[in-house]
Design a protein around this ligand. Structure first.
Ligand SMILES: [Zn+2]
Ligand SMILES: [Zn+2]
Ligand SMILES: [Zn+2]
Length: 147
């Protein structure tokens, strides 16, 4: 079993949920897509491998996975939420407001902040989704040509 699937399976079990066939179909499709999919797009993929799994099950499973901190919905623009995988509890983006490019980065700069905020609010931080907004280097270059 691959590592991500193992993490999903264990987390479900530890929280009292079984990895039913339907859930497994959803999780497998989600992991093979690498995340960044909308619920509807995921439902399409699931239908190819497991036609008996309905759209509502896909929605409910995504809700459950969100609750368990394994995925998070991300809202960009006006479209439907995309679900991203929360590897080790976190996920980081640089979002270009001009061309909508999303750059992924793995370096975590928030461990200290999590600790400080957690202490201040007596809050058990389990993860974070971090998005920086701005302009990517392509858009910066093209706007400096115009300027
Ligand atoms: Zn850009
Ligand atoms: Zn991402
Ligand atoms: Zn992080």
């Amino acid at each position: 079993m691959d590592k991500q699937l193992q993490v999903f399976t264990l987390t479900l079990q530890e929280n009292g949920y079984r990895l039913t066939r339907a859930r497994q179909a959803v999780v497998t499709a989600l992991l093979s897509s690498g995340g960044h999919v909308s619920a509807d797009a995921l439902a399409e993929v699931v239908r190819e491998s497991a036609p008996q799994v309905g759209r509502m099950t896909v929605y409910r499973t995504l809700d459950l996975l969100s609750e368990l901190g394994l995925v998070r919905p991300v809202y960009q623009g006006t479209g439907a939420a995309h679900y991203v995988l929360m590897d080790d509890g976190h996920h980081h983006h640089l979002v270009c407001s001009t061309c909508d490019t999303v750059i992924e980065f793995d370096d975590c700069v928030l461990e200290e902040i999590e600790r400080v905020i957690g202490e201040r609010f007596q809050f058990e931080v389990r993860g974070h989704l971090l998005e920086f907004y701005g302009r990517c280097h392509h858009c910066r270059e093209s706007s400096s040509v115009l300027a």
